[in-house]
Ligand binder design. Structure first.
Ligand SMILES: Cc1ncc(COP(=O)(O)O)c(C=O)c1O
Ligand SMILES: N[C@@H](CCCC[NH3+])C(=O)O
Length: 421
């Protein structure tokens, strides 16, 4: 829903100062992802404004959209990065995000990944288990350096979101149980090459209620007080990401309301607050543009067959996620209910069922809305389909920010052993 605000020119010929989606489609060919630079900037600035009264560092969650042009847009605004792999550290650094604004999350960091992060001297390791802590201590000792750490605490709070993207319940793989946290910090303080710096929490993604945040942050606040009493110096509280966006008319909390909850729970601790937003920075800033290949009159349903598939945008198949779907040209106003599907050989390759949109025909352009986050990054080559290009629109300009690879590139990734040739 909200994405429509950033792409007014999709459904209208009135906004001629903007780039028309149809013009991009002519040059780039569908399917392609299209992002609005202005929307990304607006979203970042509204976070900055909401947290202006707190000592806060925004560390964009690179996993939501790791395109170098997207990262550069955020780096230019002063953003840090929340990363989960060496690949994401390299992407962030290459976009100009300094290492001292990088926090590193993830449940299974390997020795070589830890070594790389230490060599870059990142701001903080968000440690998710005791064995990980021990490995970081060993590697840091070997490199004769110190690792600044926070434990990611699992507060056992229900995030009231889809179960596949809920991370803060006791049964989830993430973090150290809050009941074991003081013990874990004791261990950290006793290990060489470790500097205890912060406490981290992230209870899930696409949260549309503030109460789970409030509950988790209250538990963190209590823990920070206890840890300080235990003799540690906690100077950073990393509150993770998770603020949801409006996909289907949901009433989502504003960034200001979210910041108020943070302030109410953590404001007295005298800590720097790290925020790791992903979806709420990128989600409504991107769309997937596709063409209708065929309209098929099934026995029970009308199918709109698109050239984009589940390999390009996995969210509807994986989470039954709702995305608004619009006809790019709205000169036809008659509505029709369609099952909107892709070309992949799976019944699950369905973007929407019985969805009413403008009556469409083969060759028409269709926009799938609000897929700037967890869209292109989750794409695959399933069915030997090429990953789709990405485009960034800025005022009346647009630029290709990711090329469509060739089939040759795809085929050459595989190696046929000599004995088969
Ligand atoms: C540790 C961590 N931080 C930040 C995020 C970003 O979350 P979101 O995109 O919901 O803001 C995620 C993803 O859920 C995450 O796992
Ligand atoms: N991939 C998920 C979000 C996962 C967040 C990662 N911790 C989505 O598309 O909604």
């Amino acid at each position: 829903m909200t994405a429509a605000k950033h792409f007014p020119y999709i459904n209208s010929h009135m906004f001629t100062e903007q780039v028309a989606i149809a013009d991009i489609a002519k040059q780039v060919k569908t399917p392609f992802y299209c992002y609005s630079q202005q929307a990304i900037e607006e979203n970042y600035l509204s976070y900055q404004q909401a947290f202006a009264k707190q000592d806060a560092l925004i560390c964009y969650a690179v996993k939501a959209n790791g395109n170098q042009a997207v990262l550069t847009t955020l780096a230019n605004l002063g953003s840090g990065a929340d990363v989960v792999s060496v690949g994401e550290i390299k992407r962030a650094l290459s976009a100009g995000i300094p290492a001292n604004k990088i926090v590193y999350s993830g449940v299974a960091k390997s020795e070589s990944e830890i070594e790389f992060a230490l060599e870059q001297d990142i701001f903080q390791f968000n440690v998710e288990s005791e064995p990980e802590l021990e490995l970081i201590s060993q590697v840091a000792s070997r490199l004769n350096t110190t690792a600044a750490i926070a434990f990611r605490i699992n507060p056992d709070v229900c995030a009231q979101t889809h179960e596949k993207i809920s991370t803060g319940k006791a049964e989830n793989k993430f973090g150290v149980p809050i009941s074991k946290a003081r013990q874990a910090y004791q261990q950290a303080a006793s290990l060489p090459a470790i500097k205890v710096q912060g406490v981290d929490v992230h209870i899930g993604s696409q949260l549309t209620q503030l109460s789970p945040f409030a509950e988790a942050f209250a538990r963190v606040a209590e823990l920070v007080t206890q840890l300080n009493e235990d003799g540690h110096t906690i100077s950073v509280v990393d509150i993770g990401g998770g603020l949801g966006i409006d996909y289907q008319g949901e009433q989502v909390p504003t960034k200001a309301e979210y910041a108020q909850v943070v302030h109410d729970a953590l404001g007295d601790l005298n800590c720097q607050i790290v925020i790791e937003p992903g979806r709420s920075l990128l989600g409504d800033a991107g769309i997937l543009v596709s063409s209708v290949v065929f309209v098929k009159h099934g026995e029970e349903r009308e199918f709109l067959m698109l050239d984009a598939g589940m390999n390009d945008l996995l969210r509807p198949s994986l989470y039954d996620a709702y995305h608004d779907i619009l006809a790019v040209d709205n000169s036809q106003t008659e509505q029709q209910a369609y099952d909107i599907v892709g070309p992949v050989c799976e019944t699950g390759d369905t973007f929407a069922k019985s969805r009413k949109i403008n009556r469409s025909e083969a060759g028409d352009l269709i926009a799938i809305m609000s897929c700037g986050a967890y869209g292109a990054v989750m794409a695959s080559n399933y069915n030997a389909r090429l990953t789709v290009p990405e485009v960034l629109v800025s005022k009346d300009n647009f630029a290709l920010i990711r090329k469509r690879p060739s089939y040759d590139d795809l085929i050459k990734q595989d190696i046929v052993p000599d004995w088969l040739a």
